[in-house]
Design a protein around this ligand. Structure first.
Ligand code: FES
Length: 163
């Protein structure tokens, strides 16, 4: 059995809707704050995990590098530079030839070094050796040759491009 209370014509019952509205607002505010918090935590992780693919895309997008004043490089010496995001080397051999090769070892990715006295390119990580004229893998664990670039020597610079 329910009791009935007389309701006057101008009586307004706003207590219940106001309470529901406040709860809904607080729920939405908490949800938005939670999403912001998760986003603040997740974005740096996303950037960290995505950076290698971005770097790879950036490196692939680079097709040519101009090295200002590199035409002055003395014979028997090397200039290390970045081709995109990867280390590379420009070698001016004693016979006058210009050779440019990637400096990333094909074994496990260490940076290789040109050794003019031994006339070789050497990887100190596991003893890999490459031919300094062709980039061919000569001895040690490297499974493939170093990638060669095309070299164009100008009056004021040297341009290295994908072959
Ligand atoms: S990384 Fe160069 S020889 Fe292993």
């Amino acid at each position: 059995m329910t009791e009935q209370f007389p309701i006057e014509a101008n009586e307004v019952h706003e207590v219940e809707p106001v309470e529901t509205g406040r709860r809904a607002f607080l729920g939405v505010a908490a949800g938005v704050a939670g999403l912001c918090y998760v986003g603040a935590l997740a974005y740096p992780i996303y950037r960290y995990l995505d950076s290698p693919s971005e770097m790879a895309l950036g490196a692939a997008a680079v097709t040519e590098v101009t090295l200002k004043d590199a035409q002055k490089l003395p014979t028997g010496s090397v200039l290390m530079f970045k081709f995109g995001s990867s280390p590379a080397m420009l070698i001016h051999h004693t016979d006058g030839r210009w050779i440019s090769l990637t400096a990333v070892c094909t074994h496990l990715g260490c940076t290789v070094q040109y050794e003019p006295d031994a006339d070789r390119i050497h990887c100190a990580c596991h003893g890999g050796v490459y031919n300094p004229y062709t980039g061919a893998n000569v001895s040690g664990p490297p499974p493939k040759p170093l990638k060669a670039y095309k070299v164009t020597v100008g009056a004021a610079d040297v341009t290295v491009s994908r072959a």
